[in-house]
Design a protein around this ligand. Structure first.
Ligand SMILES: Cc1cc2nc3c(=O)[nH]c(=O)nc-3n(C[C@H](O)[C@H](O)[C@H](O)COP(=O)(O)OP(=O)(O)OC[C@H]3O[C@@H](n4cnc5c(N)ncnc54)[C@H](O)[C@@H]3O)c2cc1C
Length: 344
């Protein structure tokens, strides 16, 4: 088989099974990418090369509002390995198309702990750096070593370290300067030795108290995390959603005082850099949104930060609901909520 015949170009592909919200949209053209060479074939292709492109991982952080004229590059780069054992860390690598949670399980089962607080986050390894995934006191950037990516204009492969990735709260260079420009193919993580559990999060502290286990194993922490997440978040296999729909706003202490002036009960947390993080879910709930809907798009009854598809919702319903929430939160608290998923 020559190099070009290996590339499969699919037309008119329904993306409904490929996004966890279960929103309908059709990709005019879809190409499955299994490695750097596949990306270069697309870049060098006489028609596809110049066409706009959209990179698709597990579809767990996107809102599809329309059919997609762009070439959808579905990332299916497989494999994981221990790259190196250093005196003070294990360096592990995952293919961008691997499921994040399966990768976390593999690291734990092979004795490379450090990702347990990020267990059960949906999506792929390749998308994890895009929004610097985070949960229960750990962010991807805390374990990040480097990644490989292919430039979608030049076809050149590059390796980027943490500085160039410019990680921030649910943000990185891949959401800004390199958005849609760089396709991540492999991610390497640095898992420090000796392992120490990260338990300074209210729900984890509660688990320690309930069980009396003060020195949990990495597997035990992962089990706790999975149980906490299952109790709180809707399973996308049962009810379509994209996790937290809005970012928690980060404000200055002065802005925070102003908001507390409007409502003394507003939930807020001091950040290490002196800023304050406000609980977006609390503000949405305070505006009375829990359970409200637009068409088949609704605010999840158990957690106001999550918007769900009650069955048959379309992207425009989700966005109409999101805008109405933004307006009412702005009206009451003077804060503009920013969506976390990528709206396409
Ligand atoms: C129930 C639920 C719970 C969640 N909980 C959390 C949580 O606790 N913490 C958290 O941070 N997130 C959470 N999320 C959001 C989501 O799981 C993460 O953002 C995840 O990393 C998205 O991965 P994905 O493969 O599905 O990306 P997609 O949704 O496919 O893509 C997201 C963005 O990344 C880009 N992208 C995807 N793959 C690549 C690649 N290989 N190279 C370059 N760009 C790429 C896409 O173009 C798009 O812009 C949750 C989502 C759900 C549904």
């Amino acid at each position: 088989m020559d190099e070009n015949s290996a590339m499969q170009i699919e037309s008119g592909v329904s993306l409904k099974p490929y996004n966890t919200f279960g929103l309908p949209a059709v990709a005019q053209t879809l190409v499955r990418v299994q490695g750097d060479a596949d990306v270069r074939r697309v870049v060098d292709h006489p028609e596809l090369g110049l066409a706009p492109k959209f990179i698709l991982g597990g579809g767990s952080n996107i809102v599809l509002t329309r059919d997609m004229p762009q070439v959808v590059l579905k990332v299916e780069v497989k494999g994981w390995r221990l790259v190196e054992e250093r005196r003070d860390a294990y360096i592990v690598e995952g293919g961008a198309g691997e499921t994040w949670h399966e990768f976390v399980k593999w690291t734990l089962d092979h004795g490379y702990p450090g990702l347990e607080n990020l267990a059960l986050i949906p999506g792929t390894v390749g998308a994890a750096p895009v929004q610097n995934i985070g949960a229960y006191g750990v962010e991807l950037k805390d374990r990040f070593e480097s990644l490989d990516a292919v430039d979608l204009v030049t076809g050149r492969s590059v390796t980027l370290g943490p500085t160039l990735c410019a990680f921030g709260y649910r943000s990185s260079v891949f959401k800004h300067a390199l958005a849609g420009r760089s396709l991540i193919t492999r991610v390497r993580l640095r898992l420090p030795k000796p392992w120490a559990p990260v338990l300074n999060y209210l729900e984890l502290e509660r688990k320690v108290m309930e069980t009396g286990i003060t020195r949990p194993s990495p597997h035990q922490v992962a089990e706790w995390i999975c149980a906490i997440r299952r109790a709180k978040l809707p399973d996308p296999r049962e009810i379509g959603n994209a996790g937290s729909f809005f970012k928690n706003p980060v404000v200055t202490p002065e802005q925070c005082r102003d908001i507390i002036g409007r409502d003394p009960e507003v939930v807020h947390y001091p950040m290490p850099d002196g800023t304050m993080k406000l609980a977006a879910g609390w503000m949405i709930d305070a505006c009375g949104w829990k359970g409200k809907s637009v068409g088949q798009a609704a605010v999840y009854e158990k957690q106001a930060l999550v918007l769900v598809n009650r069955g048959g919702a379309i992207g425009s319903e989700v966005m109409t609901l999101a805008r109405a929430i933004q307006e009412s939160v702005y009206g009451r608290f003077g804060i503009r909520l920013e969506p976390e998923p990528v709206v396409v």
